[in-house]
Design a protein around this ligand. Structure first.
Ligand code: ADP
Ligand code: MG
Length: 698
């Protein structure tokens, strides 16, 4: 149950004065969630300030500067009767000079009330010279003596969305701040005083009502306090998940390794050193009576799938089952394709379950699964639907973890008794972020590429040369090569992405006929498979695609990756896409077509890609260039990321937050002490309350 004291913060934003359904929609867009709540608004922090503290005399005013001046109102000059659209001007002065205030579309009675002749007013805004006269168009603020006493001279500026004005957000924020209840302190007292952190509510008030520009710096004490709160909430939630998983003490699944050996023998290649090491680490974990929680990190193409299969073989040999969950259907089928021949050679019974298996087919799979007639079930999130019941699930392999939420991970592991978990991630994640997103999981890394891989020749070419590039692709295709042609990503609009890809495909078809094929996210599963199969078999040689091919597609014969408008893609995404080639023995080329001129960041991004293929290095650089949300692709996948904490400014607090969380749970595993009770508030505030259920679930 959510603590009652938090209720005002979890009320709908529409409960604030002045916010109706129309504004609510805009706030939903701004805050990134349906039916936003007061707390969501409060955690929307300013991006800057308007500093009105400069108080010059009129003869000292610098054009373009935001100033607040004390003036006497001299004269009103309304528009002449025949030119009602002309501006309404008001002349004001102080003892050093005069200033014209200019209003367009102004109502006379309004202006007369605002600026009565002979009175003193405080006017704030940006002045410019116009016809040699100092003029201010639409002053931001006009107040009298009393109003001036209340005027915030430093005003926060918020990130906005179209249709929403700064004034709306400021007013709403005032309403939200007024709802802040007295909250118990959840941070350790000694830590608070050491760091000189203000209380949670004070920190919010300081950030939303700054008194100096530095107040809203992410490095400020107020911001850092909130960031630490957020990090601690995240670490605490992860620790609770972990404790929950570990509590059901695992079952050791020992095996002699015969089945594993059979799988490996069926491979047309030998494992790399790091693959072998990862297999050893996993097999060792599986045999232990504790639950395994291991992350297998490896760059694109580093060969994670066989490692996962070797792990699965170990539990299957012991008569138990394994599941492998992928984020997309294409990827699930790709896994099946890689695994099926190896499994067959070793005598492992494999099946696939996605949204496409329905009716009788689905029922047959589920029946065999329950009877234990399927050893390894590969699939998408369809795997954790309620009616999927395993005979004895021992190992859950989750590919591309960060696209799944914590509760989805749990749902799968709850389908067996003390299921061991192996998470595969193809996005190399910088170490600092592993901690943030995965907690203290054990990590295996695949840092070397399988032998025989050739380096990829990466080139950047302006889009203006696309005809030349197309000719080069045509020559390669005539010589029997296979190429991907990735169409631009237009943010937030799958439809436009799609149109671009379809148009390009139609055009290329004129030249290449049936050799040019198309695959995109809106296609039916069976159509996608068919297109992939044609490309994989060589029936088609040029595959026009949207970014659906980003995930795990493996056609070793493909040697060319062309990306249109590469400047619109993230570094990690480009790296993932490039990873689709260079998998076979042929020399591969990646062509990054960009629209000139390039901005600084885009230039740096493309330069890094030319320079290196090391995914870990690329991920680090990406982090420097962009910020953590993008590295992990969380913005696209909608996983709740961080609102407040920034890796650059607050990453150094991660370790402390993790230790803090571990210590709290060691002393107070059910969060029942006063601090534990207070920490429950924190978990709710940062949307981590899902984890609280795990306390009771035992
Ligand atoms: P990823 O880590 O991106 O999931 P995959 O598991 O899809 O990589 O492997 C990429 C390709 O490399 C596959 O075609 C796979 O058969 C091949 N592969 C994996 N391990 C090796 C190896 N040790 N030597 C040669 N090829 C390998
Ligand atoms: Mg993979």
């Amino acid at each position: 149950m959510r603590p009652l004291v938090l209720s005002p913060l979890f009320a709908a934003l529409t409960s604030l004065p002045g916010i109706g359904p129309k504004l609510d929609k805009l706030y939903a867009r701004l805050l990134g969630r349906e039916a936003p709540r007061v707390i969501d608004l409060l955690l929307h922090l300013p991006a800057g300030v308007i500093d009105r503290r400069a108080r010059p005399k009129l003869n000292e005013v610098q054009p373009g500067q935001v100033v607040t001046v004390a003036v006497t109102v001299e004269e009103h000059r309304g528009p002449p009767p025949n030119r009602s659209r002309a501006p309404y001007r008001v002349l004001v002065s102080d003892d050093t000079g005069t200033l014209t205030l200019t209003f367009f579309h102004a109502r006379k009675d309004f202006i007369e009330k605002l600026l009565p002749i002979g009175e003193t007013r405080y006017v704030s805004g940006t002045a410019e010279f116009y016809d040699g006269m100092l003029q201010m168009v639409h002053p931001d603020r006009v107040v009298d003596e009393k109003g001036f006493a209340d005027l915030p001279l430093v005003e926060p500026v918020y990130p906005l969305t179209e249709g929403l004005a700064l004034g709306n957000v400021r007013r709403a924020m005032d309403g939200a701040l007024a709802r802040l209840p007295a909250l118990p302190e959840w941070q350790d007292d000694a830590w608070l005083s050491r760091e000189r952190f203000p209380a949670f509510t004070d920190a919010l008030a300081q950030l939303h009502r700054p008194t100096a520009p530095g107040d809203i710096d992410p490095g400020s004490l107020a911001w850092t306090r909130l960031a630490y709160d957020e990090l601690l909430a995240g670490q605490l939630a992860l620790a609770l998940v972990r404790a929950h998983m570990r509590r059901q003490s695992g079952r050791g699944t020992a095996s002699e390794g015969l089945l594993r050996a059979r799988v490996l023998k069926a491979l047309p290649y030998a494992l790399t050193h790091s693959q072998q090491k990862a297999v050893d680490e996993i097999v060792n974990d599986l045999a232990l009576p504790q639950r395994m929680l291991r992350l297998l990190q490896g760059d694109v193409g580093s060969g994670k799938t066989v490692v996962a299969l070797a792990a699965a073989a170990s539990v299957i040999e012991a008569g138990r089952q394994a599941a492998m969950m992928a984020p997309t259907e294409i990827l699930a089928r790709q896994h099946l394709k890689t695994i099926a021949p190896l499994a067959e050679a070793a005598g492992i019974r494999v099946a696939i379950l996605t949204g496409r298996e329905r009716g009788g087919e689905r029922k047959a799979i589920l029946d065999r699964l329950t009877l234990g007639d399927i050893d390894l079930l590969i699939g998408t999130h369809a795997l954790f639907q309620d009616d999927v019941a395993f005979h004895d699930l021992a190992l859950a392999v989750v590919d591309e973890q960060h696209r799944f939420g914590v509760h989805q991970r749990l749902a799968l592991t709850q389908k067996g008794e003390a299921v061991d978990v192996l998470v595969l991630t193809a996005t190399p994640i910088p170490r600092t972020l592993v901690l943030t997103y995965f907690g203290d999981m054990d990590v295996s890394e695949l840092r070397e590429k399988p032998a025989g891989r050739q380096p990829i020749d990466t080139r950047t070419i302006p889009l203006s040369r696309i005809d030349e590039v197309e000719d080069a692709v045509a020559r390669a295709i005539a010589a029997g090569q296979r190429a991907y042609w990735v169409c631009p990503l237009v943010e937030e609009s799958e439809k436009i992405d799609l149109a671009a890809a379809q148009e390009r495909h139609a055009e290329l078809k004129k030249r290449f006929g049936a050799k040019a094929d198309l695959v995109h996210g809106q296609m039916k599963g069976s159509e996608k498979d068919a297109a992939m199969a044609r490309f994989s078999s060589g029936q088609s040689q040029l595959l026009v695609a949207t970014t659906v091919i980003e995930d795990g597609v493996d056609v070793p014969e493909a040697t060319i990756m062309l990306i249109e408008h590469a400047e619109r893609f993230g570094l990690a995404q480009l790296h993932q896409l490039r990873g689709r080639i260079g998998r076979g023995t042929g020399a591969s080329t990646c062509l990054l077509l960009y629209k000139a001129p390039l901005g600084e960041t885009a230039k740096a991004r493309l330069a890094i890609l030319r320079e290196t293929e090391d995914g870990f290095r690329i991920a680090e650089e990406d982090l420097k260039l962009r910020g953590e949300g993008d590295v992990l692709g969380t913005r696209q996948s909608g996983l709740p990321g961080f609102h407040v904490a920034r890796v650059e400014a607050h990453g150094k607090y991660l370790g402390a937050a993790r230790d803090d969380a571990a210590l709290v749970l060691a002393r107070d595993p059910s969060l029942e002490t006063p601090r534990g009770e207070a920490l429950r508030h924190l978990l709710y505030l940062f949307g981590k309350d899902e984890a609280i259920k795990l306390i009771r679930a035992g």
